[in-house]
Design a binder for this molecule. Structure first.
Ligand code: GCO
Ligand code: MG
Length: 402
């Protein structure tokens, strides 16, 4: 038995903020977990440091499921992004340790490969339609088999999903950026650029689009119907997801596939969406939905209903989360697609990560564990930098879902 000797929480900002947990066993084996919750980083760091680390010391590092149950049931207070991100970090670090102890990459412990590689989608965006079309071409030339397309809605400043520099980053310093939103302008404009992408480049690649919770159910139904000819791989987060029932209305009106889950944290949050077949892809992630152990449980439930996976993988999830996702994606039968956004060079210097991209497919490499190392000395040169996600306001000044 190898006992946990210590656990450290690192908060650093190599190009953006990341919270990273490192667990070390008495035998000197280390494992890493991502604990980043964009714009609420320190809440998770405190949950871990103040409330979880003391419970880990002396525990058997091999007992992953038992530790999960202990942290989840043992807290009495359940679910929610902060709790589930903290539990995820512990769970991910323990899988990393188990792999290193066994001398096997984590995907082998999960049952081994189901596929040659993990299909990813890249993020094309533009400030207008011509620049979006150029960006789609760039991803296709780089070998991507699936591309998400987002363009800034004319007259609506700072549309989500549109990259300004080389790396997409919506979080802003000091107070949240307040961005206007006009649903009618979006509903008129977005279908035109999705059509333009198909007209220019045809249908031999997957095209995706993120609605980012902006529409009511009936507006989402109208959007889904309008874009059917573009044959989207999915429309993502068409409406806010607190009310799982509301997806039934969208479903009744359109065959455009639906993907949901990046803000959800537990199997109970997706229970009705899955068992009533209201969605096609479940997008929960390792980091925000309780780690590899809990995500596998969600994916297995989804498999029973013919629903595939499509985990969140934006740049605010660290390379540790990406590696964990890729190991799981390789091993689950109902894998669909993995979101992938390139991290900044500073991020990749701090997190040395064995994940590689070739021909539009990711592979985790064969290093034992997750195959990611964290350079804490280098990370210390990038201190935490408080940032907030934007807030959206409708034209009348009232708050909308960002
Ligand atoms: C996506 C997303 C993100 C989120 C971000 C919030 O990649 O599909 O919607 O870019 O907005 O992860 O922190
Ligand atoms: Mg999204």
């Amino acid at each position: 038995m190898s006992r946990i000797e210590h656990a450290e929480v690192f908060v650093a900002s190599p190009a953006r903020n990341f919270v990273t947990l490192r667990i070390t066993t008495a035998d000197g084996v280390t494992g890493h977990g991502d604990a980043t919750l964009n714009g609420r980083e320190l809440a998770v760091a405190s949950y871990l440091r103040d409330h979880v680390v003391p419970l880990l010391i002396g525990r058997d590092a091999a007992r992953i499921e038992d530790t999960w149950q202990y942290l989840y049931r043992g807290a009495y207070w359940r679910r929610g992004p902060v709790t589930m991100t903290a539990i995820a970090a512990v769970d991910t670090a323990l899988w990393d340790i188990k792999g290193k102890v066994a001398g096997l990459p984590v995907y082998q412990l999960l049952g081994g490969r189901c596929r040659d590689g993990v299909l990813v989608y890249g993020h094309a965006s533009g400030s207008d339609v011509p620049s979006l079309l150029d960006d789609v071409a760039r991803f296709r030339e780089a070998g991507y088999r699936a591309v998400r397309a987002q363009a800034a809605v004319p007259g609506v400043g700072g549309t989500y999903g549109v990259r300004k520099g080389a790396i997409y980053e919506p979080a802003a310093a000091s107070l949240p950026d307040e961005q206007p939103w006009d649903t009618e302008a979006y509903l008129r404009f977005a279908p035109t650029y999705l059509r333009a992408v198909r007209e220019r480049y045809g249908f031999d690649f997957h095209l995706l689009h993120d609605v980012h919770h902006r529409l009511t159910p009936v507006e989402a139904a109208r959007f889904g119907k309008t874009v059917e000819e573009a044959q989207l791989f999915w429309m993502e987060d068409p409406t806010p997801v607190e009310n799982q029932e509301s997806f039934r209305l969208i479903r009744q009106h359109t065959t455009t596939p639906i993907a949901v889950g990046e803000v959800l944290n537990s199997i109970w949050d997706v229970h009705h969406l899955i068992t009533e077949q209201l969605i096609d892809y479940v997008r929960t992630s390792v980091v925000h939905a309780g780690g590899i152990t809990h995500l596998r449980r969600i994916f297995d439930l989804a498999a029973l209903y013919g629903i595939r996976t499509g985990s969140h993988g934006a740049t605010d999830l660290s390379p540790v989360a990406l590696a964990a996702a890729v190991h799981l994606d390789l091993a689950v039968p109902n894998f669909g697609i993995q979101e992938y956004m390139e991290h900044a060079p500073e991020t990749m210097e701090v997190f040395r990560c064995g994940v590689t991209l070739a021909d539009g497919l990711l592979n985790p490499g064969d290093a034992p564990g997750l195959g990611v190392d964290y350079d804490e000395k280098l990370a210390a040169r990038f201190p935490y930098n408080p940032r907030y996600l934007p807030v959206a306001r409708r034209l009348d000044g009232s708050v909308h879902d960002w």
